[in-house]
Structure formats: structure tokens, C-alpha cells
Design a protein around this ligand. Structure first.
Ligand SMILES: CC(C)(COP(=O)(O)OP(=O)(O)OC[C@H]1O[C@@H](n2cnc3c(N)ncnc32)[C@H](O)[C@@H]1OP(=O)(O)O)[C@@H](O)C(=O)NCCC(=O)NCCS
Length: 173
């Protein structure tokens, strides 16, 4: 039987869908410029489809973990200086629409992230997770990520979340 889950690239035709998936699944807000930049060739993005319906998306970028990302806005906007060698892939956004969770779509998108990490010759995937997002944190931990001991204070402060702190999670690839 044909796998109902498939992945595909982001195009200008489905950019609006990508935005809707993020807006309805995540408590944070990405600026218009972030969506516009998503169409640039150097971006690492995949949409997840369930029976031809776009229901999920992941956006990644290469980073150097030596650079401090201390707030959400820096995390999503900072571009790596071309002279600095990346040593990790950073998950900027990752969401599956609620009715389509627990079907294996998130796991497929994580496989995509692992593959891209290998293709970029780096050995770590990292992300920030809101401290109240227990569901996502549990999911990441079950999928091989570990969380740093200390929380990052005020990471989501400008996003107006009641508790603005974040966990840093990492997985070796
Ligand atoms: C985190 C998130 C992306 C996971 O996506 P998902 O598509 O639900 O992930 P999966 O379906 O691969 O895995 C979820 C569960 O379904 C189970 N599952 C996987 N395939 C399955 C299948 N075919 N049938 C039944 N269950 C299945 C997995 O074992 C997993 O169970 P577990 O949580 O007990 O380990 C999703 O919960 C989400 O979008 N959350 C809101 C946004 C968010 O917080 N994003 C992270 C920001 S840092």
C-alpha cells in the first residue's frame, strides 16, 4: 500500500499554507520577512503531506553553536556569516497540524532533518523548546534529543508568552 505521508519542497504556491500551519500550531510569530526568505534557494525546508494534503512543515538552518542565540528573534533571523564554519543544524520551526499528529509525519520530517544534517557534514541538530511545551519536549526526548541542564531565561520574552524561558535540546547525528 502506498505510504500516505510524503514530503515536498516549499514553493511560492504553498508558502501561505506553510504560514497557516505555523500560525495555527505554534505560539510564536514569525515575521513576514522570515516567510519571504523561506523561498530563497539556500533555505532548508520541507512540507509534510498526508494523502496529498499539506499538513506539516519544518524549517532548518546551519549555525555555529559558538554563536549565542539568546532570544527567539535572533534565533530565527541570524544568518551565518559565510566565513564561519557551521557545526550544527538548527530547527527554526517544526509543526504538524493537530488533527494530523501521531501519524508519523513529525518523525518523517525529523528523518529529513537528519539527512540534511549529514549532507551538510555537521553532527548536531539543535532547537529551543518553550518550557511549557511538554508535549514537544517529550517527543524530542523520545526521538533521541537531550536537553541542556540549564534553561535559557527569557528566550521568548518578546513573544509575550506567560513563561518566556526555553530548553535547549540537542541530538548527535
Ligand atoms: C512535535 C510534533 C512536531 C510531533 O509531530 P507528530 O507528527 O505528532 O510526530 P509523530 O507522529 O512522528 O510521533 C508522535 C507519536 O505518534 C506515534 N506514531 C508515529 N507513527 C505512528 C503511526 N503510524 N500510528 C500511530 N502512532 C504513531 C509515535 O510513536 C509518537 O508517539 P510518542 O509521542 O508516544 O513517542 C507535533 O506534536 C507538533 O506539531 N506539536 C506542536 C508544535 C510544536 O510544539 N513544535 C515543536 C516546536 S519546538
Amino acid at each position: 500500500m502506498r505510504d500516505p505521508i510524503s514530503l515536498d519542497d516549499l514553493t511560492s504556491n504553498n508558502l501561505g499554507t506553510f504560514k497557516k500551519i505555523n500560525t495555527s500550531s505554534l505560539p510564536v510569530k514569525y515575521p513576514e520577512s522570515w516567510y519571504k526568505d523561506s523561498l530563497n534557494k539556500d533555505q532548508i525546508i520541507s512540507l509534510g503531506y498526508y494523502r496529498e494534503l499539506p499538513v506539516a512543515g519544518i524549517k532548518l538552518k546551519t549555525i555555529s553553536t559558538q554563536h549565542n542565540i539568546n532570544c527567539f528573534e535572533t534565533g530565527i533571523q541570524q544568518q551565518l556569516n559565510s566565513k564561519i564554519l557551521p557545526n550544527a543544524v538548527y530547527i527554526e520551526s517544526f509543526a504538524v497540524l493537530k488533527p494530523y499528529r501521531h501519524l508519523g509525519i513529525g518523525s518523517k520530517l525529523l528523518d529529513f532533518a537528519i539527512e540534511k544534517t549529514k549532507q551538510h557534514f555537521v553532527h548536531e541538530i539543535t532547537a529551543h523548546v518553550h518550557v511549557d511545551n511538554h508535549e514537544a519536549l517529550d517527543w524530542y526526548l523520545k526521538h533521541g534529543f537531550q536537553k541542556d541542564e540549564n534553561v535559557l531565561k527569557d528566550y521568548f520574552k518578546q513573544q509575550g508568552l506567560p513563561n518566556p524561558d526555553a530548553y535547549i535540546i540537542r541530538m548527535k547525528v
